[in-house]
Design a protein around this ligand. Structure first.
Ligand code: BG6
Length: 492
């Protein structure tokens, strides 16, 4: 639990992220007794709501399975809402009366002393202005922290600019750059699996591993998100952060300590060792797709360009990718020659995130029909680990082999509810532990690798390859592996 009460101020407090993830996560933290009494959640938005309206809105829109009325009642009293025209307030110099900043200042500075956490769940271009506003209003103390949602910028230059702007007000140790994938239980378990068990390390290298697949497939589309998604796309929205972080955890060297800097140092080295992909190589090693109308889970769904939304499609909509696949390589002693296939897409036929480590075949087989071992780390929908081993099919005839999974389901092995990633990460912010957050050099190294791919895609004369919703991405994704005789895990 956090030791001292805090004020958690959420910019974008009525937004999608706050309502879908942050508020439910905070509810659970409260119910589990992790929030000291006196801790308040202050949502900021332009909506004009008062505290009571905001509490009603949360009660009506946020659903938490198993929540009891008593828990809700207690949690709702922690919620406050400050209505603010944030941009006007900032340009006017912070605390001007009537802008809402004055209200926030009064709320934060009166009464008992609390830690302050400012959570920027708003578009990245607002990060600099908001931080300046907080600085101008005198609301940042040495004990304050700021949380920055991803994607941080839209390329290396904008990420550096934002980091500089935020850095004028907050020191690096006060800045928590969130990537919620790092809060998922299986993702943290990956470090334990690798570094608390002896048997994997000797075979965790190019001598024994043929390739690695990292897939984050979603069935959801992008309804109502065009304004954001047209300018993001799968590469910025998912690959630059979530998929590269997963790659880092698979590929990093053992850190000498379980310590914030030691772990992040090793991750940065992986990002720096990624082989750059640009120009004609981007055509060979990357695939981008956009979904067209199709069926997901038996329901007809529109294509990306026909998704309902507040803004009509533009030229940018036609060029944006909702699917990306990349053949990456980590150029170091351990991984030389081992492809890391990264893949993510919206409106895929299944929702699953998984890391598949495909081992090499046995050097000499005395049985017909074997297939190489696979280690599958399932991040969602159900978290677990499977090791696919070859076994003999029971029977008296010819020896026949079949892969059988040795399976660990976290749900079964560990009783109780598995906390959501945001619960863990919010508590880490409140207790001041930055280990699972990205350091500036990590974010920038990731952009450095992504930038040339983006540049090639953005200057390409062709739109992304279409794929019908409910299929596993465009044909190019299959070819990306097929060229070297490999297949995606679900097709094996
Ligand atoms: C977010 C992306 O970071 O992650 C979304 O912006 C995506 O586009 C989401 O849907 C996926 O998160 P999860 O935890 O549901 O896999």
């Amino acid at each position: 639990p956090a030791r001292r009460p805090a004020d958690l101020v959420i910019f974008g407090g009525t937004g999608d992220l706050a309502m879908r993830k942050l508020i439910p996560a905070l509810y659970h933290c409260d119910r589990d007794g992790l929030l000291p009494s006196g801790t308040r959640v202050i949502a900021m938005s332009r909506s004009g709501l008062g505290d009571a309206d905001y509490r009603d809105k949360v009660r009506a829109e946020v659903s938490v399975p198993g929540a009891t009325p008593d828990d809700w009642r207690r949690f709702l009293t922690r919620l406050h809402h400050v209505s603010v025209d944030i941009s006007a307030g900032v340009s006017a110099g912070g605390t001007n009366a009537g802008t809402g900043w004055d209200h926030l200042t009064a709320l934060l500075t009166g009464g008992e002393e609390r830690d302050r956490v400012f959570y920027l769940a708003s578009p990245p271009m607002t990060f600099g202005p908001f931080c300046r506003g907080l600085g101008a209003a005198g609301l940042v103390t040495p004990a304050s922290r700021v949380v920055l949602e991803k994607p941080l910028g839209r390329d290396l230059a904008s990420a550096q600019r934002i980091n500089d702007e935020v850095g004028e007000i907050f020191s690096e140790s006060q800045i928590f750059r969130i990537d919620h994938y790092l809060g998922k239980e299986t993702v943290q378990n990956l470090l334990v699996l690798r570094f608390a068990n002896a048997f994997l390390e000797p075979i965790w290298n190019s001598l024994w591993i043929d390739h690695v697949q990292i897939t984050v497939a979603e069935t959801v589309g992008t309804p109502g998100r065009r304004g954001y998604y047209d300018h993001a796309g799968a590469l910025r929205d998912m690959v630059q952060n979530h998929l590269l972080q997963l790659l880092c955890l698979v590929a990093m060297e053992p850190p000498s300590r379980n310590d914030r800097e030691a772990i992040r140092d090793e991750k940065v080295k992986v990002l720096q060792a990624l082989r750059p992909i640009s120009g004609t190589e981007a055509d060979r090693f990357t695939v981008r797709g956009q979904y067209t109308a199709g069926h997901v889970g038996g329901c007809a769904v529109p294509g990306y360009l026909d998704e309902p939304g507040s803004t009509p499609p533009t030229e940018a909509s036609g060029r944006v990718e909702t699917f990306a696949a990349i053949r990456a390589e980590v150029k170091n002693w351990r991984w030389a020659g081992v492809p890391f296939y990264l893949r993510t897409g919206k409106r895929m036929p299944f929702r699953h995130s998984e890391i598949v480590v495909r081992f090499k075949d046995v050097p000499h087989s005395i049985f017909p029909g074997g297939s190489p071992n696979r280690l599958v780390l399932r991040l969602q929908p159900s978290e677990g680990i499977e090791l696919h081993l070859m076994a003999k099919e029971p029977g008296a005839g010819e020896v026949a082999l079949r892969p059988v999974p040795l399976s660990l389901s976290f749900g079964q092995a560990f009783q109780g509810r598995v906390p959501e990633a945001y619960e863990r990460l919010l508590m880490d912010v409140l207790t001041g532990n930055p280990t699972l957050f990205m350091r500036r050099d990590e974010v920038e190294a990731a952009w450095q690798w992504i930038d040339p791919i983006l540049a090639t895609w953005e200057t390409a004369g062709t739109p992304p390859e279409p794929y019908p919703a409910g299929t596993a991405g465009p044909d190019g994704a299959r070819e990306l592996l097929g060229r070297s005789g490999r297949t995606w895990h679900e097709e094996e």
